[in-house]
Design a protein around this ligand. Structure first.
Ligand code: GYE
Length: 324
């Protein structure tokens, strides 16, 4: 009997330890991540940042889905996350509109949706919990403000002579294309002599950026500034400018967005003038948000990333430290 008593006490102790451990361990969560594709280094850095951050926390399993730049693939992916009853969904919207019905389905299933990088349209924002990433309007404004300072510093803008600007827009209908355009236009309003002479999409890729810039130059070489919604398109445009016999960064002032390594190399070579930082390293903040959500904490309505501006004055110094 004595022996049975001891065994009983031991089993009880083991059970107690196990239950305390189970209690202390956060519940395991499965998170579905619908990414738009893998257009270039920015997106790759973003995907890897998210995947690594979740890998580092064994209390999460991330299911990754690459939509290959097709909205219908994203809608399918979100439906499959709902069918698998994931605990939460991380979602980068390729374009702003068209996701209302699938977001309704997630809401009905009680699965929270957290946007990362690109948001959905205003009318659908009530269907997702929050958005983390960059302020694209501010990026457009920073590009415009940087340009105003630069033109002034170089004595190139007397407020009267026309400053002809061409714009390479990002993917049509995407949040960064819409908002980077809006932000830049906000600054344009206070410069009566600045004119956007041409504006077209280059779909955020260097090949399309190059093609569109070629067409711009063919139509009219009288271009003072190129504002590109991302560096990738600016880098493609630089090729087109060189092929047209002009000097990028000198004959045409070039401002991009993202601050990818290629832009730093171009700035150091004097072929590009500025890049507004847009960080793709969103993984750690995505994991933090998911932990808070799991712990029942309320997430803020917007989670912003802190970012800077790089140009000829600080590009060389920053280049060795760049992670993307
Ligand atoms: O600027 C661009 C990429 O959504 C902010 O997507 C992102 C943009 C980024 O293709 O390079």
């Amino acid at each position: 009997m004595k022996k049975w008593g001891k065994i009983f006490a031991l089993v009880a102790a083991v059970l107690l330890v196990l239950s305390v451990a189970a209690f202390a361990q956060p519940k395991h969560w499965v998170v579905g991540f619908s990414q738009i594709g893998s257009e270039r280094e920015w997106r790759t850095a973003d995907t890897i940042s998210v995947q690594n951050a979740f890998l580092e926390d064994p209390t999460f399993t991330l299911i990754y889905s690459d939509a290959q730049q097709r909205q219908e693939n994203q809608i399918k992916a979100i439906r499959s996350f709902i069918a698998r009853r994931v605990n939460a969904i991380l979602f980068t919207a390729l374009v702003e509109t068209g996701y209302g019905p699938v977001l309704q389905e997630a809401k009905r299933a009680g699965i929270p949706v957290v946007m990362i990088d690109r948001d959905v349209a205003k009318e659908d924002r009530g269907l997702r919990l929050t958005i983390m990433g960059s302020d694209f309007i501010k990026e457009g404004e920073k590009a415009g403000e940087w340009l105003a300072d630069y033109l002034k510093k170089k004595g190139l803008d007397d407020g009267k002579k026309a400053i002809n600007i061409v714009e390479l827009q990002g993917t049509t209908g995407s949040a960064p294309a819409i908002e980077r355009k809006t932000g830049f236009a906000n600054v344009l309003k206070s410069h009566a002599n600045w004119k956007i002479t041409r504006s077209q999409t280059g779909n955020f890729t260097s090949s399309e950026g190059k093609q569109v810039m070629e067409a711009f130059l063919k139509a009219d070489k009288n271009i003072d500034v190129l504002y590109a919604h991302n560096d990738q398109m600016a880098l493609g445009a630089i090729q087109a400018i060189k092929e047209a016999g002009l000097k990028p960064g000198k004959d045409i002032i070039i401002v991009g967005v993202d601050a990818v390594k290629g832009a730093f190399e171009a700035m150091v070579a004097g072929e590009m003038n500025a890049s507004i930082e847009c960080s793709p390293l969103l993984g750690p903040q995505a994991v933090l948000a998911m932990r808070d959500l799991r712990d029942g904490k309320k997430l803020p309505a917007r989670i912003y990333t802190i970012e800077g501006i790089f140009d000829e004055t600080n590009a060389a110094e920053a280049l060795p430290t760049r992670q993307y």
